[in-house]
Design a binder for this molecule. Structure first.
Ligand code: ARG
Length: 258
């Protein structure tokens, strides 16, 4: 009896201490805590068109979107100056440490001819795959899709990038939803912002965002690819939304590559 009471007191004390010191549970190696930044795990079975880009030695460096059986849209800054022979597209692999899915060679890299740096726009590229992937693809937003870019629309972001600014990359595919911001909000954060080539997304208070290594990956709304992850100041910072390449204005130049 005394022993039971003793145990009870001990457990109350321990849990009280735990609630003081452990406001966030400690993350273990294969924990799935906060990611992209502020995201959760996702499966390529649900999002079959999300892919990652890797070097020939296998290291993941960016994301991308399958828009045709042999075409991937990504960011120009991910692949500008890269050789196709050192570039792979990895399809259907949630866990970078697994061998699931398919690794495809890249036969050609097209970078928007006006691309200079991510912050000046035109941050879009198309990879041609050496073989077709038997997979669902994601349609591109067209110039008629202005409604998809309405501020407040809750867009989906996906990637294998870092889970905090300056942190390490995620082992697993992660996803989150972020609201598109108005042009005025984005322009306040970034004087370089241009609504003819970019679109911003993020909560005013931050906390959820794409981050390093997510670049090139999809921003999705209304079942279409509306953006590709491009840049931002830090990641998930209040007042600094993520900036995405705006796909609709590039619809015809991209389509010409397909
Ligand atoms: N430039 C980064 C990349 O190459 C993406 C950064 C996105 N930043 C952000 N705050 N949303 O992976």
């Amino acid at each position: 009896m005394a022993k039971t009471l003793h145990r009870l007191i001990l457990s109350v004390v321990v849990s009280a201490l735990a609630s003081i010191f452990m406001t966030a549970p400690a993350a273990t190696a294969d924990d799935v805590s906060p990611m992209i930044v502020g995201g959760t795990r996702a499966s390529t079975a649900t999002y079959p068109w999300v892919v990652y880009l890797a070097s020939s030695s296998g290291g993941q460096f960016c994301g991308g979107t399958l828009v045709k059986a042999n075409k991937v849209v990504t960011a120009a800054h991910c692949v500008s100056g890269r050789s196709p022979s050192n570039t792979r597209v990895v399809h259907g692999r949630d866990d970078k440490q697994s061998t699931a899915g398919t690794v495809v060679n890249v036969s050609r890299i097209w970078v928007h001819p006006s691309y200079r740096t991510a912050t000046s726009g035109y941050d879009v590229a198309v990879l041609t795959l050496a073989s077709n992937l038997n997979s669902a693809t994601l349609p591109l937003a067209t110039p008629a899709d202005t409604a998809l870019y309405q501020a407040g629309n809750s867009a989906l972001i996906l990637g294998w990038g870092t889970t905090s600014s300056g942190g390490s990359a995620s082992r697993y595919l992660l996803k989150a939803n972020v609201p598109l911001t108005s042009d005025a909000t984005c322009k306040t954060a970034y004087p370089q912002y241009s609504n003819t080539s970019m679109v911003c997304a993020g909560f005013p208070q931050g906390g959820v965002d794409t981050c390093q290594g997510d670049s090139g990956g999809p921003l999705v709304f209304g079942g279409k690819l509306i953006g590709d992850t491009s840049w931002g100041r830090g990641c998930a910072a209040a007042g600094y939304p993520g900036v995405y390449g705006r796909i609709a204005p590039y619809y015809s130049v991209i389509t010409a590559q397909l």
